[in-house]
Design a protein around this ligand. Structure first.
Ligand SMILES: Cc1cc2nc3c(=O)[nH]c(=O)nc-3n(C[C@H](O)[C@H](O)[C@H](O)COP(=O)(O)O)c2cc1C
Length: 301
């Protein structure tokens, strides 16, 4: 079950997705104890942000729509959580970083690594905060500048988290890799909204948000499949994984590891253990010795 993500060694290929419980050292430790092979923090920026007023999350038929507005304490305060987490975590700690300019991404990434991050994941795909997130991840020129700046600022692996809310995700993936990304995470949430039939108004205070959970899994699988055909760096699959079969589908599409977010809310924290425990017997039954042997297997002719 061991995987190597651009030099980052994971004892199993399940990871906590950014933004779901990754706010404190305590919750990161809790998720690791529940079997995650690596953990990703909530996205952190240069300055503290309150995020949006409630409601920030609404349940859809097959998932959640959220517009949290990137609430976070800012990297200087969050560095304390990173340091505390590093003291107790037995698994790699990846810090998710966002910014409003390339220098901001680089500064936050550098401070995160100085505090102990084993890698950074660049959130260039948040669908509901203006001038960051997907506004950067939709533009290959700006994205490339961000990646290059971060690469010169840190000596740890840099993963780029891609948005599905683009015309051609492969084009963006190639731009990120060309600029030096060590790996890609696909996908962030899918732009969405919900309207209350009683009040006749949008439910989220931000009106628009991002859809996650089982509803987005087929979109995420298609993104991973398409990216795998064109790039050589490891892909981390994310979107709607709730059980081991979902995870295996991502590996077959081309993911080297997977992230889980919404299933923690819909199911339980021990989803990492149950997913990992399901993959092992599947590999044995099919005659594979390692999870790495099934990465991209669905691409053979
Ligand atoms: C409540 C919530 C908050 C999120 N916050 C972040 C975030 O801060 N940064 C980020 O890159 N992704 C964030 N995401 C997106 C998830 O990391 C993930 O890409 C997406 O939810 C799809 O995976 P899932 O279906 O397993 O949740 C958030 C998702 C949810 C549901």
């Amino acid at each position: 079950m061991n995987v190597d993500l651009a030099g980052l060694r994971l004892a199993n290929p399940t990871m906590l997705a950014s933004g779901v419980l990754g706010y404190t050292a305590e919750t990161l430790e809790n998720i690791a104890e529940n079997g995650a092979g690596a953990v990703v923090t909530k996205s952190v920026g240069l300055k503290p942000r309150d995020g949006y007023a409630n409601p920030t999350v609404v349940q859809a038929s097959c998932g959640l729509i959220n517009a949290m507005g990137l609430p976070n304490s800012g990297i200087d305060e969050f560095a304390k959580e990173i340091r505390s987490a590093k003291k107790v975590l037995q698994v790699p700690l990846i810090v998710s970083v966002y910014g409003f300019a390339e220098e901001e991404y680089a500064t936050v990434a550098r401070k995160a690594v100085e505090a102990g991050a084993d890698a950074v994941e660049l959130n260039v795909s948040c669908p509901h905060v203006k001038e960051t997130g997907s506004e950067i991840g939709q533009n290959p020129e700006i994205l490339a500048k961000v990646v290059m700046k971060v690469k010169t600022a840190v000596a740890k692996p840099v993963f780029v988290k891609l948005s599905p809310n683009v015309t051609d995700i492969v084009y963006i993936a190639e731009a990120a890799v060309k600029a030096g990304a060590d790996g890609l995470t696909a996908i962030n949430t899918v732009r969405a909204m919900a309207i209350d039939t009683e009040t006749t108004m949008p439910i989220l205070s931000n009106k628009r948000g991002g859809l996650s959970g089982p509803a987005v899994k087929p979109v995420a699988i298609r993104c991973v499949y398409d990216i795998y055909e064109r790039v050589k760096v490891p892909i981390i699959g994310c979107g709607g994984i709730t059980d081991w079969r979902d995870a295996v589908e991502f590996f077959l599409a081309g993911a080297s590891a997977i992230q889980i977010g919404t299933a923690i809310a819909l199911k339980r924290c021990n989803v990492f253990k149950t997913v990992a425990r399901g993959i092992e017997p599947y590999l044995k039954k099919k005659g594979f010795e390692s999870v790495n042997e099934i990465v991209g297997l669905s691409h053979r002719s």
